[in-house]
Design a binder for this molecule. Structure first.
Ligand code: NAP
Length: 865
């Protein structure tokens, strides 16, 4: 019996969208015994596959993988006919799933949700629809898809055209017949590239208006690949499991071949194999470094450009079709069938909008800056307001009436891409900040739905009714999402991943690029840690375990994983000689660091014999004088030498524009305290006395060091002050050892697992100084008189046992009236900041260090890089 319209219906959950994610969400919620209503503005199930019916529409992940895995029987009953199924077949599949599980009875089609308001006292959402209906629910779940809100045509005169207008994203159900017509297609993303060859088959004339040339590789479509089918037949569960724990949601062994170091034949072989395979994740995995290293990326990009040049006969058209303004992969690459060859047809023409911009769309065609075109039909393949568009447009207001639109005005903010603070019980499936569009969507959808379902089940079991992320957890996740993007080339492109395709949209990297596997791990950890970062309330009580699930820089975490996999013995269990050999061996294959103008080796007289030094002169005209930095390497007074810190010294030289003189000092246990410190003091005096010969500017001298090298640098500053000279302009102390008291919290927090361990630090001290000497300021400069010391830049890394003593030294110097710049190496370990060209996220920290060094000097020249 129908209820009167004025009485709102109540459901446990309302889901918006009946595509892949909405259908599975409904299925899982029903399994939990919850009452559910699904709304979709479409006339049937299908989501994106309901709307995008343009000719040539297909998936771009092999259909064997682009499929549900939750129902093994369903998998047996459905066989995909092609490697990349067409839109009608995928839509048919989703209808089949809906029928098989009787899902339609809970779905209200042709009904759009127009607003949602959180009712705090009732702890319910109030939802209204465009049919004037109001419903109430406890959980409001957006299954609205990432690419569902078409971008409105932002072209002058778009409304004026009197001919037929089509949008690839809203294609008419009855289809379109272009036979005998003059057709324009605007846009050359995936939708344009898939539809253009088929529109060309019908049209009398086809003109393609291209703003940005796009990378596309041939799909080599056909029957589903035999090897994939075999794998599935042999072990479907194992295959699906591998997909869930892969980087992109399709099982694939990530390569470790680096583009920059691979031989030409290896490059060719790997590229051609990926080209022939015709799969997105294959072509994105030619080289391990193509997503992060411009030089490696350009190797793949140029190989694709060569393929385009050989496919397109007219050289000018070919060149216009070659993408040159973004790195390969940083805009979604396309899979095509005969796209580039289409331009060899006599009736097909490309208009390069970079050279011939559209001035206006007119009543009968399109006017560019230098030509008027008449058309019978215009097809807009101009894309979507991706990832946030549909969510924001749904008019959601959370606690205190704050709307999602207002909250996300500076860019979306989410915890795990699943929820956002201030919007209790509001879930997003594949929301911004989750792998979504960078992954096989079906795998990511199932993971999100399963997580939400388990969360609701756990809440029910524990008598909890509301859930919402904390501000801390959300800010931590937002930061992690940006950190993951920042070490890649992705943020450099004007892509929809960056929101750059929609005028006025904030430029933020929207998806999570850390990988489906890493993401799943993070979500599982959150749930396992009592829903870390979520606040939950209900009759069962209120609880909140606040925290940040990932705060380490992603590339630092990768290095640690790599090191852990090597299974090396803990250094503190080795002899000094073996520890030195191990350190030298691990440094063998690392990148050399940046080029500098000149590197020369020499010796200086030390208090007990010669000390080797290496001088780094910045690039620039010969003979020019520069400020001078005397640098001391790290290694706990036991390890290290001029080679160990060579890449870092090059980096410091290039960034600061100073001459860097790296001085080796005597090591323990052969020569113990205070030899290293006294050598450092002598080196500073010698450098000052020989400034002109070294190419330095007299009076412009700074000292620098890392770890134990920073210890001796800090001590040298104190000894120099006590000796009344020479004048030191500044001290750069990177993760310094400044105290022998190992009771500060960072020794506990970061005791193990971050390369420099508390045990190793103890081993270093034991090698260097007798316990009775460790309170001496020459060993522990924090205990010295800090008045009148040079300005300092101190770098303290989050995951360093030495973090707190570095911070303590900064505070103590400040208290003594010394100007201090404390640089927090966020998400870094003791060693990672110094790993030049290995840990990309260290570069911004070293940029700050370079700036601090330049600031030490009164008349520093601009850096050479
Ligand atoms: P898109 O990738 O955003 O491409 C839109 C195209 O329209 C771009 O070439 C864009 O140029 C152009 N454009 C936008 N506004 C314009 C303007 N005012 N003037 C001139 N040109 C303009 O959109 P899409 O092709 O619909 O694809 C979006 C995403 O959907 C894909 O990246 C993919 O993830 C997914 N998709 C997948 C498939 C599949 O194979 N399964 C098929 C279709 C779509 P600029 O690049 O200069 O902005």
């Amino acid at each position: 019996m129908n209820k009167p319209a004025s009485v709102p219906e109540h459901f446990d959950a309302v889901v918006v969208g009946a595509g892949f994610s909405g259908l599975y969400m409904l299925y899982r919620l029903r399994q939990l015994g919850l009452s559910v209503k699904v709304f979709d503005s479409a006339g049937d199930v299908g989501g994106t596959w309901y709307w995008n019916r343009y000719p040539g529409a297909r998936c771009d992940i092999p259909t064997t993988d682009y499929t549900y895995s939750f129902d093994p029987e369903l998998e047996k009953e459905w066989t995909w006919s092609e490697k990349y199924a067409t839109q009608p077949e995928i839509l048919e599949y989703l209808r089949f799933v809906a029928d098989r599980h009787g899902l339609r009875s809970d779905i209200e089609f042709s009904t759009a949700v127009t607003s949602a308001r959180w009712d705090e006292p009732a702890k319910r959402w109030r939802i209204t629809t465009d049919r004037g209906k109001e419903v109430r629910c406890r959980y409001y779940i957006m299954a609205t898809g990432c690419l569902s809100m078409p971008k409105s045509p932002d072209i002058e005169g778009a409304g004026r055209f009197a001919g037929q207008v089509y949008f690839t994203s809203r294609w008419p159900h009855e289809g379109a017949d272009f036979t005998g017509q003059r057709v324009a297609v605007i846009g050359t993303g995936s939708s344009g590239i898939q539809s253009i060859p088929l529109i060309a088959r019908q049209a009398r004339q086809l003109t393609v208006f291209q703003r940005t040339a796009n990378f596309s590789i041939p799909a080599h479509n056909g029957p589903a690949p035999a090897d994939r089918l075999e794998q599935l037949d042999e072990g479907r569960d194992a295959y699906r499991h591998a997909a869930r724990w892969s980087r992109g949601g399709v099982p694939l062994e990530p390569t470790d071949v680096l583009g920059v170091t691979a031989s030409e034949s290896v490059r060719q072989e790997r590229f051609e194999t990926a080209w022939e395979q015709g799969e997105l994740f294959g072509i994105l995995n030619v080289f391990a470094d193509q997503g992060v290293n411009p030089a490696s990326n350009d190797i793949v990009a140029e190989m694709i450009r060569e393929k385009i040049r050989s496919a397109v006969k007219d050289p000018e058209t070919a060149e216009a079709l070659c993408p040159k303004d973004h790195y390969f992969g940083t805009k979604r690459p396309c899979l095509d069938t005969g796209y580039f060859e289409t331009y060899n047809l006599p009736h097909v023409r490309l208009v390069d909008l970079r050279k011939h911009p559209i001035v206006s769309i007119t009543e009968d065609g399109i006017e560019t800056a230098d030509e008027s075109f008449g058309f019978d039909a215009i097809v807009y393949a101009t894309g979507f307001d991706a990832m946030t568009g549909a969510l924001v447009a749904a008019d959601v207001a959370g606690r205190d009436g704050l709307s999602l639109e207002e909250k996300w005005a500076p860019g979306p903010s989410t915890y795990l891409g699943l929820m956002t603070a201030g919007f209790p019980n509001f879930f997003m499936l594949t929301g911004p900040g989750s792998p979504s569009v960078l992954s096989n969507m079906t795998v990511s959808i199932e993971q999100h739905v399963d997580w939400v379902a388990r969360c609701l089940e756990d809440m029910r079991d524990e008598g909890l009714e509301t859930i919402e992320p904390t501000a801390l957890a959300e800010a931590g996740w937002d930061q992690h999402v940006q950190d993951c993007g920042a070490i890649t080339l992705y943020p450099t492109a004007n892509s929809w991943y960056m929101g750059a395709n929609v005028p006025g949209k904030p430029r933020v990297f929207l998806p999570y690029i850390g990988g489906v596997d890493a993401y799943r791990q993070a979500c599982d950890e959150v749930a396992a840690q009592d829903y870390l970062g979520f606040r939950m309330t209900g009759p069962g009580g209120a609880r909140c375990r606040d925290g940040v699930v990932r705060s380490m820089q992603p590339d630092v975490a990768m290095v640690l994983e790599f090191v852990a996999a090597l299974g090396l013995p803990p250094m503190e269990t080795l002899s000094a000689a073996d520890a030195r050999a191990l350190m030298a061996a691990t440094a063998e294959d690392r990148p050399p660091g940046p080029e500098v103008g000149e590197v020369t080796d020499g010796v200086i007289p030390g208090p007990a014999g010669d000390l080797p030094y290496r001088l780094y002169r910045p690039a620039g005209p010969p003979g020019g004088s520069r400020p001078l930095v005397v640098y001391f390497h790290g290694g706990g007074w036991v390890l290290g030498n001029l080679d160990s810190d060579d890449p870092l010294c090059r980096d410091l030289c290039a960034r600061s524009g100073a001459v860097v003189v790296s001085v080796n000092y005597r090591h323990a246990p052969e020569v113990r305290f205070p030899a290293a410190a006294l050598d450092a003091f002598a080196a500073v005096q010698w450098a000052d006395a020989n400034a002109i010969e070294l190419g330095g500017i007299p009076g412009q001298l700074a000292v620098a060091g890392w770890s134990a090298g920073a210890n001796v640098a800090a001590v040298a500053c104190q000894l120099t002050r006590d000796a009344a000279g020479p004048h030191i302009c500044g001290q750069l102390l990177i993760c310094p050892v400044v105290d022998s008291d190992m009771t500060r919290p960072s020794y506990e927090e970061n005791a193990d697992g971050y390369i420099l361990t508390t045990a190793l630090m103890r081993w270093f001290w034991d090698h260097y100084a007798d316990p009775a000497d460790r309170g001496d300021p020459v060993a522990a400069p924090l205990r010295g008189d800090l008045q009148g010391l040079p300005p300092a830049c101190i770098v303290a890394a989050d995951f360093d046992p030495l973090r707190d003593e570095g911070v303590a030294y900064a505070r103590a110097l400040e208290a003594a009236g010394v100007p201090v710049r404390l640089t927090r190496a966020r998400g870094h370990t003791h060693t990672s900041v110094t790993m030049v060209d290995v840990v990309i996220s260290g570069a911004p920290v070293r940029a700050e260090i370079g700036e601090a060094l330049r600031d030490f000097f009164p008349s520093a020249e601009p850096p050479g890089m």
